[in-house]
Write a protein that binds this ligand. Structure first.
Ligand code: FAD
Length: 393
């Protein structure tokens, strides 16, 4: 293994591997790239535990553009990420998101719809009677509005996407190494080397922090920068129901509870209120969440789910940016050659194609070429200027 690389990426799950692939595929770039990940089973990585859904129903234009770019990438992923004729299966199911609102939430859906439509997203606003006609399984009496992604939204196999980025990156010469980055050696305003937990030093021309919920804030701190990214538990419950709901999108109830089909079963969950959402690093499932919050909301909204059977559940970690629930992407202050892609706050898998591509452009050419990601820059945090996202789940 070489002791010097042009670019070292810390964290090799979906984001680190997307960045690695896009760097290796940059025209005219022939630098040596190393991805360091402390656990290449990716057992605890959000990328393995994700629900891997993709939407354009955001309030910030940048998130909508990134979502549209993500869908375009997913639709071509088989060709782009094939290795030696083997095409990956990322299984995009284009059934849309359906956000539901009572009178209180309807103005937000209407405001967001104006922004989404202006950005080219295909979102339909549906009044209760139209909701009932299209999705007869819904209880709509207390609803004022729904916003449904007719095309370009749905879910996919995020684990396969991560492995496909990884496989393609390796086929283009990117090296992967299982090790923990423990420290940095800095000199002349630059990261000169990463230092591994066993003390080994690897010199680098540039460093990218893509270490997710479990590591990005810690690595940034070791490079001298505080980022407001916290690890927050999110539980997913899988259940079976006798009822088959035809054409069921990913439904986000006015209560915040979400549900969608997953094969023959359904998956559901909810984000706890901020005050009951402590930092965490354990993977214990919060079963009370299902009994006390999710099931009552599901049974109310979809009466066919009054009778269901939970078969399993898991917990993963959101990399929540508590400053404004949006990604932090771009240069990391304090070192001319340090970059970050973190704080995705529950959108990281869908944002990995566009963010990987953009960051690779920034690193190699000094600017974004295909999609300007400057709205995600760290400077907004330093300046106390939040890029607030209103559609948070
Ligand atoms: C339950 C759940 C549901 C989700 N649903 C969706 C969804 O529907 N749509 C969506 O877009 N997103 C969703 N997300 C979010 C999405 O999964 C994440 O934003 C995304 O996977 C983040 O990818 P990442 O590569 O940045 O981080 P991770 O996948 O967390 O990977 C970080 C990697 O860094 C490594 N690492 C950490 N520290 C170090 C170190 N010091 N040295 C070396 N390596 C290190 C870790 O081992 C890990 O492999 C969900 C997340 C969860 C938990």
């Amino acid at each position: 293994m070489a002791k010097a690389y042009d670019i070292v990426i810390g964290g090799g799950a979906v984001m680190g591997s997307s960045i690695a692939y896009h760097l290796a595929a940059q025209p005219g770039f022939s630098g040596r790239i190393l991805v360091v990940d402390r656990d290449m089973t990716y057992r605890g990585a959000a990328s393995s535990l994700s629900l891997s859904s993709i939407r354009q129903q955001f309030s910030c234009p940048i998130n909508i553009r990134v979502g549209l770019a993500g869908v375009a990438f997913l639709k071509q992923a088989r060709e782009i990420l094939a290795v030696d004729g083997e095409a990956p299966q990322v299984g995009f199911v284009e059934k849309g998101y359906l956000y539901l609102a009572t009178e209180a939430g309807a103005p937000v859906l209407r405001d967001n719809h104006v922004v989404q439509t202006a950005e080219g997203a295909d979102i339909a606003l549906l009044a209760p009677d139209a909701l009932k006609r299209r999705f007869p399984f819904l209880h709509v009496d207390d609803l004022a509005l729904g916003a449904w992604g007719r095309t370009g939204e749905g879910w996919f196999d995020g684990y396969s996407l991560m492995q496909a980025f990884r496989g393609k990156a390796r086929s283009l010469g990117v090296a992967y190494r299982q090790a923990e980055i423990a420290a940095f050696e800095q000199s002349g305003g630059r990261v000169a080397a990463v230092v591994l937990a066993d003390g080994e030093r690897i010199a680098c021309g540039a460093f990218v922090n893509a270490a997710g919920a479990s590591g990005a804030a810690r690595l940034a701190r070791r490079a001298g920068v505080e980022i407001p990214v916290h690890s927050r538990k999110r539980c997913v419950f899988v259940f079976d129901a006798k009822a088959r709901l035809e054409r069921c999108p990913l439904v986000i109830d006015a209560s915040g509870v979400y549900v969608r089909a997953e094969g023959e079963s359904y998956v559901c969950g909810v984000s706890p209120p901020e005050a009951q959402d402590p930092d965490c690093d354990d993977f214990e499932v919060e079963w009370a969440e299902f009994d006390e919050i999710i099931w009552p909301a599901l049974a109310h909204r979809i009466p066919a789910f009054e009778s269901l059977k939970v078969s399993r559940a898991w917990a993963g970690h959101y990399d929540l940016n508590i400053f404004d629930h949006n990604a932090i992407v771009g240069r990391l202050p304090g070192a001319d050659n340090a970059y970050i892609a973190a704080g995705f706050s529950g959108h990281g898998i869908q944002q990995s194609p566009a963010v990987g591509r953009g960051l690779a452009e920034l690193i190699v050419t000094g600017r974004y070429a295909t999609l300007d990601l400057n709205d995600f820059a760290f400077e907004r945090i330093a300046a106390g200027r939040p890029l607030l996202e209103r559609n948070v789940i």
